[in-house]
Design a protein around this ligand. Sequence first.
Ligand SMILES: *Cc1c(COP(=O)(O)O)cnc(C)c1O
Length: 371
Amino acid sequence: MLPVCEPLLAGNELRYVTDAVSSGWISSSGSYVTAFEQAFAAWCGVAHGVAVCNGTVALHLALVALGVGPGDEVILPDFTMVASALAVCHTGAMPVFVDVDPATWNINPLVVEAAVTPRTKAIMAVHIFGTPCDMTALAAVAVRHGLELIEDAAEAHGATFQGKKAGSLSRIAAFSFFANKNVTTGEGGMVVTDDPKLARACRYYKNLCFPLDAPRDYRHAHIGYNYRMSNLHAAIGLAQTEKADDYTTLRVKNGRLYRELLAEIPGVRLQAAQPGGGAVHWMNGMVVTSEYGRTRDSLMAHLKIRGIDSRLFFNGMHRQPALERYGCQCAGAFPVSDCLADGGLYLPSASGLTESDIRRVCQVVREHGRS
Ligand SMILES: *Cc1c(COP(=O)(O)O)cnc(C)c1O
């Protein structure tokens, strides 16, 4: 079975992990943590990186550093992974969903402005599937209303907008290093920012609010979190960062070939490019329309028979019982998000796919539609 995604661990991962184990430094106090933070932040083009144990808490920590809390609202796309919204809930703030752009599938700047209220504190830009958001338009709305802008860059390692990398396109950004992401530590995450005050706040809150400079007297002034990353994960992360340019190139090349081959198949809709953006194609998704002649579910079943794994798209946030129960406004109309959730699937997208893998997948998609 051709999997949807599997990590590529082709560099110094084993060497660095072995080194960490041999040295006895396996906790978050080991030196790979700082080395990984500096290397990954530099790769993104930002000054500071704060490593944490997954992408969800990276988002939470970034929101905490910005001062987001109870009584605040955060505007985010309806079509995203649930962690984007849950991180907002974890601060006590209220997620507010807006529909996505029918072409890029990213948060639609045109509808963001209409969702701003006196309680709005921040806009969360999620670069979905590795296609960057229109950060110019989002920044304009943020500035007009005095809002913070934050990136959920969990799917966008190496994506660019106007020549700048994801993670450097807002005041603060969060990455995930889950096993299927473009850069991985198995489980892991990082907050990146140019702002030394925000970086300090993240370091403080991620470690139970132990004082950063003063000697420890085991008295804590704030409610902190244990979001630390272990040295073993950071060792893998450093090795991955050394290869991050290669992984980006592979993802981009695979995405191009998919687009070229799928674009010719009637009834297959693809994610459009963002003008000014360089997509990294974390996942190659497609939406099945009526013109295809078969349903999405029938295509997925056929792919499986032919030894090709695929996955459903996310369900929109307004369809999440947990978020409705939390008090989110889920009753609105989200036609684009619904259309993606009901017709979308991901095709195999690992960095290590070969050209013949991709040609075979596209051939199976093509033949099923015709027959
Ligand atoms: C993967 C992902 C996350 C969460 O990252 P974890 O490391 O799994 O916690 C958040 N947002 C988006 C858009 C993601 O794809």
